[in-house]
Design a protein around this ligand. Structure first.
Ligand code: GLY
Ligand code: MN
Length: 459
């Protein structure tokens, strides 16, 4: 297990104290269970609950922490004596307690006597949320709005996790740097690769070689119009664009989330370049407007406007760009939000629904262009967000009869057909809101067409 530095213990203590300043009841956070894959000893990789990680710092399976008045009680069983044969010497419960600066350490069975009046947050795996519900004698369900003190705890934790402390930023920068290296490796591998899978392997190889994991299932596809495509079997053809949405996660669980789109041949066609430059203009315009107090929804609408203007200039959309934004016509080609919070989760705290992403009192819009906006808050220094505009030709949208009828007169379908070699483009970076504006943590990865071409061809 990785040795935890004293400065991390200081950070963890500081976070616990800040939580104690916000709530006057105990919080119990479970880490989650190890899930068997096909039999007990062959399991899926363990990922601790992010709320647990935020305060405990280490990905300990089958553990819980009780937080009250800034103190941490750790509940975890000592390893079974037989486990040394298969897993080597594991740290004892007391050794782990030292590493994370716990005030006490007890076996799991003792948690039962420390539950009174405690709030919690459901862990995603069924074994754990069932255990949470049984022990607390109330339903603790993921994907459901939390009730009463659980809601109060969720709001308190959100208020801490929304902006990142120095220790978190150190980790997030590490994830960003490795992600940049992974994307460069993907571009370099393309000219010799025959399948998407080979480029994926080159990218994830960099992440694995830094003893990190991917922070979500990689998207490496010539079918970028499938927004979360998780297939890697397609052959790479010279006229294809390859969309790679790949991010690293550090050992401590902090994530990066980056997308680049590059030509398999190393040269964008003129139609690919035209659309790419529209998406890049939206990306750059959004990042230039990131400042404290700016509304993230306005950043989304700025992207919508730049994309509408660009598509009007190319003759794909027709009409006044502002009107096209108001009628959501741009969303035919950019149907998702401009981005999301990033932290321990790639969509940070999305386990709590929109509680973290949406300012209190705001609700998701049912508008076509705004329904997938995952963040709707004023930006604050210390928030990390993604900026990820895109252009996609999604058959389910463009061949939908109602959509065709509704937007019949604002799309030049004949002109659009000349852009058939552009199925999907996304350009995504990780942007930290600072007191003076923003810092792009992934800026070392080029995104201009000529630089991207260079990285693909040079190798
Ligand atoms: N990286 C995938 C997403 O943001 O949804
Ligand atoms: Mn993203």
């Amino acid at each position: 297990m990785q040795k935890t530095s004293n400065s991390l213990v200081d950070t963890l203590r500081h976070r616990r104290q800040k939580l104690a300043n916000l709530i006057n009841f105990p919080a119990i956070l479970w880490s989650g269970s190890i899930n068997p894959r096909n039999f007990l000893a062959n399991h899926f990789p363990f990922r601790a609950s992010s709320h647990f990680l935020y305060f405990a710092g280490l990905p300990l399976p089958n553990a819980a922490i009780r937080l009250e008045a800034g103190k941490l009680e750790l509940f975890i069983d000592d390893p079974h004596p037989s486990s040394a044969l298969w897993h080597g010497e594991m740290p004892t419960c007391n050794e782990i307690a030292d590493k994370i600066g716990a005030d006490s350490a007890k076996p799991m069975a003792e948690l039962e006597s420390r539950l009174e009046g405690a709030a919690t947050i459901p862990v995603q795996d069924a074994a754990t949320w069932t255990q949470q519900s049984q022990l607390l004698n109330r339903w603790v369900l993921p994907q459901q709005p939390p009730q009463e003190i659980d809601l109060e705890l969720a709001k308190a934790i959100i208020s801490l996790r929304l902006t990142h402390d120095e220790s978190a930023l150190t980790e997030l920068r590490k994830a960003a740097a490795v992600t940049v290296a992974a994307h460069k490796a993907g571009m370099a591998a393309t000219s010799k690769a025959k399948l998407e899978a080979e480029v994926r392997a080159a990218m994830e190889g960099v992440i694995i070689s830094h003893n990190m994991t991917t922070s979500y299932n990689s998207i490496v596809t010539v079918h970028g119009e499938v927004l979360h495509n998780e297939q890697y079997h397609h052959p790479l053809q010279p006229g294809d664009l390859l969309l790679a949405d790949v991010g690293a996660e550090t050992e401590m669980g902090w994530a990066a989330d980056v997308t680049r789109t590059w030509p398999v041949s190393g040269k964008f066609s003129s139609t690919q370049r035209d659309i790419y430059d529209v998406v890049l203009a939206a990306h750059d315009a959004c990042i230039a407007k990131i400042y404290p107090d700016v509304e993230y929804e306005d950043i989304h609408l700025l992207a919508a406007t730049v994309i509408a203007e660009g598509l009007v200039d190319l003759g794909i959309l027709q009409g006044n760009p502002q009107d096209l934004v108001e009628m959501d016509a741009y969303a035919l080609f950019f149907p998702h939000g401009i981005g999301h919070l990033l932290g321990l989760d790639v969509h940070d705290m999305e386990d709590l629904g929109d509680l973290a992403g949406y300012e209190e009192g705001r609700k998701r819009s049912d508008r076509f262009g705004l329904g997938y906006l995952r963040l709707n808050r004023p930006l604050r220094p210390g928030m990390l967000v993604t900026i990820e505009p895109g252009f996609y030709q999604v058959p389910a949208i463009l061949h939908n009869r109602e959509m065709r009828a509704k937007y019949e007169n604002v799309v030049n379908w004949q002109r659009l057909s000349q852009f058939a070699d552009v199925r999907g483009i996304r350009i995504e970076d990780d942007v930290l809101v600072t007191h003076k504006g923003s810092e792009v943590l992934t800026a070392a990865l080029p995104n201009a067409t000529s630089e991207v071409e260079d990285l693909v061809i040079r190798n």
